[in-house]
Ligand binder design. Sequence first.
Ligand code: GTQ
Length: 346
Amino acid sequence: MDHVAKTPEREAFYGQIDSENMSALWTVLGDLITREPKSPCRAHLWRYEAIRRYMMEAGKLITAREAERRVLILENPGLRGQSKITTSLYAGVQMVMPGEVAPAHRHSQSALRFILEGRGAHTAVDGERTIMAPGDFVITPARAWHDHGNETSEPMLWLDGLDIPMVQFFDASFIEGHAEDAQPLTRPDGDSFARYGHNLLPVDFQPKSKASPVFNYPYEHTREALETARRTSEWDPCHGLKLRYVNPVSGESPMPTIGAFMQLLPNGFRTARYRSTDATVFTAVEGRGRSRIGDRVVEWGPRDIFVVPSWHWVTHEADEEAVVFSFSDRPVQQKLDLFREDRGNA
Ligand code: GTQ
């Protein structure tokens, strides 16, 4: 509105067209098409210790079965009440207690799990179980049946990342429950990884979807990839050493709507400033450090979760060798020709 003067005649006119469900572009143009991204999404960090404490309280209040999913949603402070961690993504922390089952369902939304605590509980995806350990990256693609269970003696906690706000934006949400709590298993544990996770594919393999047929990317392998690459790779001034998870069939992201990454920042490494249009959720697996996000500084350690909004300058600094996981809507923006990044002068 700031570039257009208000006159009594104009105000009267806006009132008339308002009652006919119309409005004047010149009163809103500056808010619709901005010179650069302007988002109510804010930089924020959630301490794992606090999340865990409330999660344990939630564990006394409700079972996984009654809740369907016992999750504490991480709500961006600039987007309260919308179940969003960024404008396009949802994140939460889920807990499955010993002996519990989170019953099988399937939905249009794609989900990732990033394991924070516990070892040996499982997720079943389309007829196959995978056993999970800290640092594992697990996907449950759109429309895949999935249920979670914990047959160990320790609680299992993970970070959930879903494209809920994107699906909401497109009004394309469907969910259905399975007749049984745990879906029937049709393949042995580890079958998908054995078939698709070793740079081999069955000779006549026809992908059934755009999602990766590998649904657990174990931390062991991710860590080894970083460890080997560090000996030969040039360090990227903005990212340290950063890898992206891929669908081995296409080379694209494991799921079409969410991209995921793992990066290594050596002790004392300070990244050059960087900004991009994909608001990004980070969690450290190992190490400690701090990130400057716009004019805010967040101090992070293992399992803390923080968010960098679109087009905010970010630098990371590690005080101990750090391994940091992240996810964003980058593959969507790239497909739509919207993705932009700015490496400062680096
Ligand atoms: O585990 O299926 O955090 O359906 C939100 C919705 C987790 C899940 C969430 C879900 C799930």
